[in-house]
Ligand binder design. Structure first.
Ligand code: SF4
Length: 225
């Protein structure tokens, strides 16, 4: 496998936000979202065997009562690498709770059922609209989450309509609406979180507002957190 980084931090997103978590960031992505905050994972990386990944995760996890049991496989796009389902299977067998963050463009049904899938649906302002694999709607379940990253009112309207049309709230544990965080280098603006919260409240949507916790704890441009 080609790996950009493996590190321990605080889970920043979704319903497990705030929990200690070990992140395995795989190298490479076939999309180019305009607000992507992990462009450094597009190229390069280091080759690992699955067992080397497991050993590195175990070293970060520690042992005893303080062992970190949550692992997230992310990227880049982790489903581009054919060994990802086998890695997830081995992490589950080692007793970890395993999450994966994916763009929604790849079919998540290749993963073990017990992997918690956090599946994006790309909105128009991402520049990668219409990349979602609709087969994923039947491959997610009550442990999984569907996420929209929202950059504008247009994105919000798209996300609201998609959530309603496909009855997402009944399919998954949580639908997440996350505002784009402004680029620290100024290449793209952010979506105001308060404005997004007010849209959600006004429409009484069955969704959760998601903020990227790690960007409030550490410098928003910092890698490895
Ligand atoms: S899918 Fe994820 S890693 Fe790929 S370009 Fe979009 S935000 Fe970046």
């Amino acid at each position: 496998m080609v790996i950009t980084e493996i590190f321990k931090s605080i889970q920043g997103e979704g319903t497990r936000a705030g929990l200690p978590c070990i992140f395995v960031r795989l190298t490479g992505c076939n999309l180019r979202c305009v607000w992507c905050d992990t462009e450094y994972a597009f190229h390069g990386g280091t080759k690992f065997t699955i067992d080397e990944v497991l050993r590195t995760v175990a070293a970060h996890a520690g042992s005893g009562a303080g062992r970190v049991s949550l692992v997230e496989i992310t990227g880049g796009e982790p489903l581009l690498q054919p060994e990802t389902p086998a890695l997830a299977e081995k992490l589950l067998a080692a007793g970890y709770t395993v999450m994966i963050e994916t763009s929604g463009e790849r079919f998540v049904g290749v993963l073990p059922r017990d992997v918690i899938k956090i599946v994006d649906v790309k909105c128009p302002d991402s520049g990668e609209a219409d990349t979602f694999d609709l087969a994923n709607l039947d491959a997610v379940g009550p442990n999984d989450e569907i996420k929209f990253v929202i950059a504008s009112r247009r994105d919000y309207d798209f996300a609201r309509e998609f959530t309603s049309r496909h009855q997402l709230a009944a399919r998954v544990r949580q639908v997440l609406f996350s505002p784009v965080f402004a680029d620290p280098a100024g290449r793209w603006p952010g979506q105001n979180a308060r404005e997004l919260a007010e849209w959600i409240l006004a429409d009484a949507l069955p969704v959760r507002l998601g903020l990227q916790l790690h960007k409030f704890i550490w410098d928003p441009a910092m890698k490895g957190v």
